[in-house]
Design a protein around this ligand. Structure first.
Ligand code: ADP
Length: 572
């Protein structure tokens, strides 16, 4: 709970920026989708406008051709050729297959026309197909007069229902009219594609106003055959690579009326286009249907990526913010810890000075008292008492000496000047001797030696290791005032000898166990019951470390502590 509160600011900051980026991402996606949808609508409208405009151009072309027929009484094939040649259809009207004229006649008329045309040198002219209709038409001019177009000369378009419908509509409205989907007579099996035609009626000179008159005065049709794939590709493909179209000549979406794309032009439509639109539009007396959809090229890549860029930057920024604020938090904590450490050390130093003066003062005062007593007894010549006082004074003097030598050790360790006089010896013998010489100082506690190292040899500074064992024993006695036994356990594991000192005393709380080997560290006891400077274990730790050994403790409060150290054994 406390931990969570500590991280509240960085975590909230992280989530605020993240939520904000998610929100912006969402808004941006909406905004961009809307903009793209509008752009798509505009592009589709523009494409339809382009188709309509191009058809207007074609109508103008037909109107110009009709004028030619009206201004001259009998237009020859040569006139037509010159006229079309001059227009440079292929360059100026891309997609146009040709420009033709179909005369309107009857069975009698067609014979005369055929004869006249053959007489003029076009011997192969043939009207087709056979028809018994009263009204007949026959293509007499079609330029360019070459290739596929030759096949259409003489064809009666009125015999075919789709063409006839458009021709009738053009005749009756005096307007350019587009046919539905057909296959042009020009088509051969190779590269066959659908097409459509645009018709404009030609009447005898005066312009008829009524339907009757239009039917009566009709002399023929100028017309343009289109290969639908060619013409639509010219209008759409270059200008609209970002869109895909399906166009039907007719308002119904049926396969029979699809004029674009042709089978050869068919490209794999994007499986799930971003936008689609179904629309119909009026075009030259007919209706066309268009299915438009976006291709992968629709819109700029930047635009498509923009929301993701925002989201990505948001995630990066929020993560960076989180990391930065966590680092800042950590830095603050570190500073706090350092400050706390400085304060603790200061407190410890002061405590140490207080304790050290007290620890020195106590034996000094006693020493002084015994010397005064000695002075008095010397006057009385009481040698028995004098000896007792001298012994007591010397024991206090020893204490002072031990304290001072401990302090000197600390400063040596600090200065890195601790020297070791190593020698090889039998660890069992050594440990036994140390314990025996310590035994007299222990009045209440019984020292029990358990185990052995089987006469393992070590190479160490005897005095220093004795100092460590003595210190552990002194502590064991000092911190188990209510117990009467201390165990010393010897052992050997792998390449080390081990010595453990087990007491049944006050123990050490787990969280303090790491600290007790620090300089001046003392576990706070109630009423500072135990005297000491907090340097014994620090010295022991340094000694063992300098011997490449390990020292540690296992302890349970109120059950007791086991201090242990190990030293490398000499390999035999
Ligand atoms: P001190 O002079 O205070 O005994 P030490 O460096 O020898 O200094 O020990 C550091 C602290 O470790 C002691 O103050 C004491 O709190 C704790 N300690 C050491 N040995 C024992 C033990 N056998 N049982 C419980 N606590 C101990």
């Amino acid at each position: 709970m406390f931990e969570l509160r500590k991280y509240l600011i960085p975590i909230s900051l992280f989530f605020i920026v993240l939520i904000f980026s998610l929100y912006s991402f969402d808004r941006n996606v909406d905004h961009i989708t809307l903009r793209r949808a509008k752009m798509f609508e505009l592009r589709v409208d523009q494409a339809i406008r382009d188709i309509i405009l191009r058809m207007e151009d074609f109508e103008q072309l037909l109107k110009a051709s009709r004028s030619l027929l009206l201004v001259k009484d009998s237009v020859t094939r040569n006139d037509w050729l010159k006229f079309v040649d001059n227009l440079q259809i292929e360059n100026n009207f891309p997609g146009v297959q040709g420009l033709g004229y179909a005369v309107v006649t009857d069975p009698k008329g067609i014979k005369r026309i055929t004869e006249n045309i053959r007489k003029s040198g076009q011997l192969e002219f043939q009207h087709f197909p056979e028809s018994k209709e009263e009204m007949m038409t026959s293509i007499i001019f079609l330029e360019p007069f070459k290739g596929r177009n030759l096949r259409a000369i003489g064809y009666d378009m009125f015999t075919e229902p789709i063409r006839r419908k458009a021709m009738q509509a053009a005749r009756d409205s005096n307007k350019a009219v587009l046919s539905g989907r057909v296959f042009l007579i020009q088509e051969n099996r190779l590269n066959k594609q659908p097409g459509f035609l645009m018709y404009l009626p030609v009447y005898r000179k005066s312009v008829p106003t009524s339907l009757e008159e239009r039917k009566k005065h009709l002399t023929g049709f100028v017309y343009i055959p289109f290969r639908s794939g060619d013409v639509m590709e010219k209008i759409l493909s270059e200008e609209y690579p970002d869109l895909q179209f399906k166009i039907y000549a007719g308002s119904d979406k049926i396969e029979n009326s699809q004029i674009f794309p042709t089978r050869e032009q068919f490209v794999e439509v994007q499986s799930k286009p971003e936008f689609v639109k179904d629309t119909t539009f009026a075009l030259k007396g007919t209706t066309w249907h268009m299915d438009a959809s976006t291709s992968i090229a629709f819109g700029s890549t930047y635009e498509k990526r923009q929301p993701y860029l925002i989201l990505f930057s948001g995630i990066i920024i929020s993560t960076l913010l989180l990391i930065l604020s966590l680092l800042e938090l950590q830095r603050k904590e570190q500073t706090m810890k350092e400050l706390e450490l400085v304060r603790t050390l200061d407190r410890k130093k002061e405590e140490f000075i207080g304790i050290a003066s007290h620890e020195l003062k106590t034996p000094l005062t006693s020493l002084k008292a015994y010397i005064q007593l000695l002075e008095r007894t010397s006057q009385k010549n009481d040698y028995q008492k004098a000896e007792l006082y001298i012994n007591r004074a010397s024991s206090h003097l020893n204490k002072i000496q031990e304290l001072i030598s401990d302090l000197l050790d600390v400063s040596k360790i600090e200065a890195g000047k601790l020297t070791l006089n190593k020698e090889q010896f039998d660890f069992d013998d050594f440990a036994r001797n140390v314990i025996e010489s310590f035994r007299p100082t222990s009045e209440k506690h019984q020292l029990v030696l358990i185990g052995e190292t089987k006469n393992a040899q070590v190479c160490a500074d005897k005095n220093r290791i004795e100092q460590v064992i003595t210190n552990l024993l002194t502590n064991a006695i000092k911190y188990s005032p209510d117990a009467d036994r201390i165990d010393i356990i010897l052992g050997k594991d792998n390449d080390n000898v081990t010595l453990q000192v087990r007491d049944y005393g006050i123990g050490i709380p787990v969280e303090k166990q790491q600290m007790i080997f620090n300089r001046f560290y003392r576990v706070e006891n109630e009423n500072h019951k135990f005297q000491g400077l907090g340097i014994g274990l620090y010295i022991s730790y340094q000694m063992i470390k300098n011997h490449d050994g390990e020292i540690g403790v296992n302890s349970n409060p109120d059950i007791g502590s086991t201090f242990y150290f190990n030293l490398p054994a000499v390999k035999s």
